[in-house]
Write a protein that binds this ligand. Structure first.
Ligand SMILES: [Cu+2]
Length: 479
């Protein structure tokens, strides 16, 4: 079982850059820019800008930012669409399609006003394109295959060029065999930072995509025709306990941004704080029109960003509030046996269903601590351990870890929160109780005349349900 505190943060160890000469053999600036590849599924250190306007770079959860190069006044990126192997969580690998070695693809970061040139090389076995979800751009750069451009054939490289007109939170994904390619994991975030470094600035800025896969236990390739019944509910193609924590310094201004490319909505709920939505697909939300929330629903194809000041130290859960979305593959179809005494039943059920496992008479929490034997390459339904025992979660779940005295760019997992003495829920150890004290409910029967619900559509009926004697003021008021 994976321990929350031991999931490591691994700098930029997984980054592999292929030299530009290896791509084309011509001089660096005449050639297609290098296409870096990521071999690790760990959160990589944010890419701090070394030229151009200053900004707070984002931390991509279990992901990375795509390095670029300047060519004249163009910022050049190179995405490679290709089959990838992605670790969903320790113990499970998926064969997905993605960009530059991982699914989702790397986050693209640039600044409002930048001219970006994005090379897209297709190493998939079929056509693809990229749509720049949310961007204002020339129509021919919008990436809908057939409508705005020819599809990019397998083996070819296309170039997208546009100027970033608005700062905000955007996504990219194919608009070519879209259902298959998104079900296979092709997507990424595109963050445009404001030109003014002080505008809506925060100290920590996290981004991830909500995505989902249907991968049968023991299988590696997602079923691409599934519409709603997914069994791997992911943030950036990772499921708990594979999702890294959001590491935050006490009193930091924090932004968490996410986009939804699944096929259902996700109410994202964070414990410990109220927050305000600061950015949506359409741009920045005027602070005067934002109100406090503790959950924010993100519909399909939408993006949401929320801001808060991390003034409460601790390990605070953050998760989708649909309870089946905080579960992994095994057990969605387990029958309900709450309240059933199975002592005698087990042998009889096993005659009909040999694989039957007796579980769940007292709920399913016990599954979180069971050493269940799993099929190869899948994840248990409820899992993860922390300092007080099994966390009994999966899927879209992680932890916001707020600590005092973190260095500015320290995103390393600080381990479990040390709760101040006397601030953890504790067992009652006072005088022994044979039974919890109860108060008897009132014995008197309600007076039916006062309890009867009056039908407002029938104002002429009395408490006994029979018509009242007609008066001048009575009768129907609808007209
Ligand atoms: Cu959800």
């Amino acid at each position: 079982m994976t321990d929350l505190s031991r999931r490591g943060f691994i700098g930029t160890s997984g980054l592999v850059i292929a030299g530009a000469t290896a791509v084309s053999g011509r001089t660096a600036f005449a050639a297609v820019p290098e296409a870096p590849t990521m071999t690790s599924a760990a959160t990589q250190a944010p890419l701090v800008p070394t030229s151009g306007p200053d900004y707070q770079p984002v931390a991509t959860l279990n992901g990375w930012t795509l390095p670029w190069r300047m060519n004249g006044d163009w910022k050049e990126f190179h995405l490679v669409a290709e089959p990838v192997e992605r670790e969903i969580a320790p113990g499970m690998i998926a064969y997905l399609w993605g960009y530059n070695g991982q699914s989702p693809g790397p986050t693209i970061e640039a600044v409002e006003g930048d001219k970006v040139r994005i090379y897209v090389t297709n190493k998939l076995p079929e056509n693809t394109t990229i749509h720049w979800h949310g961007q204002r751009l020339p129509n021919g750069m919008d990436g809908v295959g057939g409508l705005n451009q020819p599809h990019i054939p397998s083996g070819k490289t296309f170039v997208y060029e546009f100027q970033l007109r608005r700062s905000g939170t955007y996504m990219y994904h194919p608009h070519s065999d879209e259902m298959v390619q998104m079900a296979m994991g092709m997507m990424g975030m595109f963050i445009v930072h404001p030109k003014d470094p002080a505008f809506r600035r925060v100290d920590r800025d996290f981004v991830f995509l909500l995505n989902a896969f249907d991968i049968e236990p023991g299988a590696y390739v997602p079923k691409v025709n599934t519409m709603l019944d997914f069994n791997m509910w992911c943030w950036n193609s990772r499921a708990f306990p594979g999702i890294d924590p959001f590491v935050v310094g006490k009193n930091d201004k924090v932004r968490i941004r996410f986009g939804n490319l699944t096929m259902t909505n996700h109410p994202i709920h964070m414990h410990g704080y109220e927050f305000k939505v600061s950015c949506t697909d359409g741009g920045w939300v005027d602070p005067a029109s934002a109100w406090d929330e503790v959950s924010i629903d993100c519909a399909v194809g939408q993006m949401r960003a929320f801001d808060f000041v991390a003034d409460e130290p601790g390990d605070w859960a953050i998760h989708c509030h649909k309870s089946h979305h905080t579960m992994n593959a095994m057990g969605h179809s387990v029958k309900t046996y709450i309240g059933v005494t199975k002592k005698d039943l087990v042998s009889r059920i096993r005659k009909a269903a040999p694989g039957y496992m007796p579980m769940g008479s007292n709920g399913m929490g016990e599954m979180g601590s069971m050493e269940m034997e799993l099929p190869r390459n899948t994840l248990p339904m409820m899992t993860g351990y922390s300092q007080f025992g099994p966390v009994e979660m999966g899927g879209m779940f992680s932890v916001v870890k707020v600590r005092e005295g973190l260095a500015k760019n320290d995103y390393a997992d600080p381990g479990h929160y040390k709760n101040p003495e006397g601030t953890v829920a504790f067992e009652y150890k006072g005088a022994k109780l044979s039974e919890a004290p109860r108060v008897e409910p009132p014995k008197a029967k309600p007076d039916l005349a006062t309890w009867r619900v009056k039908d407002p559509r029938k104002p002429g009926l009395g408490a006994d349900g029979k018509p009242l004697p007609r008066t001048k003021a009575g009768g129907h008021s609808n007209h």
